[in-house]
Design a protein around this ligand. Structure first.
Ligand code: CTP
Ligand code: CA
Length: 226
C-alpha cells in the first residue's frame, strides 16, 4: 500500500538512531559485548519512519528483523558505530539507544588465543571506546537540534541520568531501570522516566513500541516549539 510519508508530524526531519549492542573482538572467535536485543531502538526507528521522518538506523549485531522504511547501516564495533553516525550527519535529531561496549581489547589477536596449560588466564588489557552520544551532544558545528540518550541503570537512576545529560551534552535522557527482576532486558515492556534539564517525567509501563511512539510525539512537539 502507498504510504503517505510526508503527511506525518516528522515529515521533512532527518533522524539518526543507534540500536543494539556493539561487539568488540578479542581474537577471531571471541568478543566483548553488552546485553541488548535492539528492540527499543528499532521500535523508535520504526515509529519515527511512520511519523514521516527520514531515518538512518545504525545498528549493531542484533537478531531481530530490520524495521521497514528506514535506511539501515549495520556495524560491529563502537568505532564503526561512531563512523556510521558521523556519516549520517547532519540530522535534525540524534537518538542513541545502542548499548555500546565501554571497553575494547587493546590490540586484538590475529589468531585464536590458546590455553597454555598453566591454568592461568591470559591478561586482557582493555581500552575505552569513544562515547558516541557525548561526541554528538558536545559537538559545536552541525550539532543536531535534539540529542537524546538512554541511561540503563540498576541503581541511582535519576542521579545517573542527570549526570549523563550534563556530561554528554544531551537534551533528553530516557532513563530506565534494567535490574534483572524488571524483565526490561530482552523483554517487550519498558518503564521509563524522561529526564531533561527542566525535570523528570514518569511514564507508565508501556510496550517498547508505545514508548517509541510517545518519544516520537515528544520529539515532534519539541522541534515544533524550537
Ligand atoms: N553511549 C554512547 N557511546 C558509548 C557509551 C554510551 O553513545 N561509548 C550512549 C548510549 O547509547 C546511551 C548513553 O550513552 O544513550 C548512556 O549509556 P551508558 O552506558 O548508560 O553510559 P556510560 O557513559 O557508558 O556510563 P556507564 O558507566 O553507566 O556505562
Ligand atoms: Ca556504558
Amino acid at each position: 500500500a502507498h504510504f503517505a510519508r510526508n503527511a506525518g508530524p516528522l515529515s521533512g526531519r532527518s533522524i539518526v538512531i543507534t540500536s543494539g549492542p556493539t561487539h568488540e573482538p578479542i581474537d577471531p572467535v571471541r568478543y566483548i559485548a553488552n546485553r541488548s536485543s535492539g528492540k527499543q531502538g528499532h521500535a523508535i526507528a520504526e515509529a519515527a519512519a511512520k511519523a514521516g521522518a527520514d531515518v538512518t538506523l545504525v545498528c549493531g549485531p542484533v537478531t531481530i528483523p530490520e524495521p521497514g522504511g528506514v535506511k539501515v547501516v549495520r556495524v560491529e564495533t563502537a568505532r564503526e558505530m561512531l563512523d556510521a553516525v558521523k556519516a549520517a550527519l547532519p540530522a535534525d535529531v540524534a537518538i542513541m539507544a545502542a548499548a555500546v561496549a565501554d571497553w575494547r581489547a587493546e590490540g586484538t589477536f590475529g589468531q585464536k588465543i590458546k590455553k597454555d596449560g598453566s591454568g592461568k588466564p591470559p591478561a586482557l588489557k582493555l581500552t575505552e571506546n569513544p562515547d558516541i552520544l557525548a561526541t554528538v551532544g558536545n559537538s559545536d558545528a552541525g550539532r543536531p537540534k535534539l540529542v537524546i540518550g538512554f541511561a540503563a541503570e540498576t541503581q541511582n537512576l535519576i542521579e545517573n541520568a542527570r549526570s549523563k545529560l550534563a556530561r554528554k551534552g544531551a537534551d533528553m535522557i530516557v532513563a530506565n531501570d534494567v535490574s534483572p527482576e524488571t524483565g526490561v532486558m530482552g523483554g517487550d515492556a519498558n518503564t521509563v522516566r524522561l529526564v531533561t534539564k527542566d525535570g523528570v517525567e514518569d511514564w507508565p509501563t508501556l510496550s517498547k513500541q508505545e514508548v517509541a511512539e510517545r518519544l516520537v510525539a515528544v520529539i515532534a512537539k519539541s522541534l515544533k516549539e524550537a
